[in-house]
Ligand binder design. Sequence first.
Ligand code: SF4
Length: 259
Amino acid sequence: MELPGLLPPRKKSPEVRIKKRELSKVAKSTTSLKLLDENITHCFACPRLVKWREEIAVTKRKAYLDQEYWGKPISGFGSDKPRMLIIGLAPGAHGANRTGRVFTGDPSGDWLFGSLHRIGIAKIGTSTHKDDKQELKQTRITTAVRCAPPDNKPSNDERDTCAPWLLREFELALPTTRAFVGLGSFAWSALFATLRELGHPLNTTKFGHGAELRYTHEGVEYLLIASYHPSQQNTFTGKLTTKMLDSVLIKASRFARIN
Ligand code: SF4
């Protein structure tokens, strides 16, 4: 394969397969969030996750047998000049891995977009498919790992292999981003690891719903804030309520001065 340091926009060549040894170089040389979103979809760096995402796309869930699954990595979604960046764990097997858009097509997505809609950030309050004309105001949603993992549990090696995509996404978003929201402890850790790698001086802050860290780096003020992940495990049991999620997102969006 001829490795493109920078893939041209919209080119969807099935021959382009980014392998583990090339990933970091491709990520570093990608010059915009738009290109990054495209390049991520060509990633084949984690054999177990590639197999799983493609297998799910063939076997499907009974309710979606008539649908074509995306079955590829999931890019970030939203503004390319975000003031607020929301980070989740990884795509859902029958959610984003089916629909092709982050937090779309499963109850977690409806929770997140429902909240973003209530606080005036998302145009519509559901997230069922990628052609719904959804828009986010000065906000971007992404995940620490881009391919659906079995049992929602990426290995440490898979997390580390995928990290250069998140690192580059943060680098490209940082000129505008002021508030970061970590959904769940996995995303919270990835958030800290990524910003530290970019030289941000972060005090260790234990994960918990509403945990936050405010700091200044090179004259710019930032807020990191945590929420329990809007997974069914948390929302069905009442561990996370709509009020709790709204409250974290309101705090972050106000800090980021989204208008
Ligand atoms: S999880 Fe990340 S690094 Fe691994 S194949 Fe998917 S996009 Fe590539």
